[in-house]
Design a protein around this ligand. Structure first.
Ligand SMILES: [Zn+2]
Ligand SMILES: [Zn+2]
Length: 251
């Protein structure tokens, strides 16, 4: 049972969600656990997959050089490895908003550290209304709320709809995923949102995890086609799934 002191501490300052230590910050992690997270340190500018040559900066992976995706840049703070994968699972599937806040804080620190020009608008990866009903919340919209507050960015969740309730992308290869998503999104918004969208040149799509990037690619294509300004599209996500034979799996 918790002592009175511990109960008092938990009100003033929450414990670290990962190790239970009382030396945690207001986003519920301690510095030791933060250091131990699988941070995405050196990666392709475009798709955020790790690059093997750690001496170089500003690089693209071979796949993005051969066949660039529709989005121009990706920022993924962490790799989808333990304990990040279980934190994302508790956030998404068990509605653990503390885990969501911790992960969103990691992403906002990552964005600030990169010192890049920030987008004029950030939008969550939309969920189909049926999926939204099942889950009760859109995890990407929760991350967007956190980022718009900490980075002072404009946001809307009314710009794009997910019009097709695509089946789970799990177990599908890249081509099957793309076919699955061909008509998945539609830009349709109230006049005020469309007016704002018509003026911007730089936007970020926010999602929890980027696996193959097929959803982000389809959404980037849809919003680029609907905007007259040669839009620069970024993808911001909490974590990047590594390819099956990545060496990083050994850690
Ligand atoms: Zn800790
Ligand atoms: Zn790449």
């Amino acid at each position: 049972m918790w002592s009175l002191i511990e109960q008092f501490q938990s009100i003033l300052h929450p414990p670290c969600l990962l190790c239970g230590s009382w030396h945690a910050n207001m986003d519920n992690y301690c510095s030791a656990c933060y250091q131990d997270l699988p941070h995405n340190t050196h990666c392709c500018i475009r798709c955020a997959l790790p690059l093997s040559d750690s001496n170089s900066i500003d690089q693209y992976c071979g796949q993005c050089l051969r066949q660039p995706p529709e989005f121009n840049r990706s920022l993924a703070a962490l790799y989808y490895l333990p304990p990040v994968s279980s934190l994302i699972h508790t956030f998404k599937d068990q509605d653990n908003q503390v885990a969501g806040r911790l992960l969103s804080a990691c992403l906002s620190h990552y964005i600030v550290r990169r010192k890049l020009s920030l987008p004029e608008l950030i939008i969550p990866m939309p969920l189909h209304h049926r999926r939204l009903q099942q889950r009760g919340f859109n995890q990407a919209a929760v991350i967007v709320q956190h980022l718009s507050k900490t980075l002072a960015l404009t946001t809307t969740n009314k710009l794009v709809q997910r019009c097709a309730n695509t089946p789970s992308q799990q177990g599908l290869n890249q081509r099957q995923r793309q076919a699955n998503l061909r008509h998945a999104f539609r830009v349709q918004a109230p006049k005020s949102v469309m007016k704002l969208f018509g003026k911007i040149r730089h936007i970020a799509i926010v999602d929890d995890v980027m696996t193959t990037g097929a959803s982000a690619n389809a959404l980037a294509k849809t919003i680029k086609q609907a905007n007259p300004n040669n839009l620069y599209v970024e993808v911001w996500c909490l974590a990047r799934t590594l390819p099956p034979h990545s060496k990083l799996h050994l850690y």
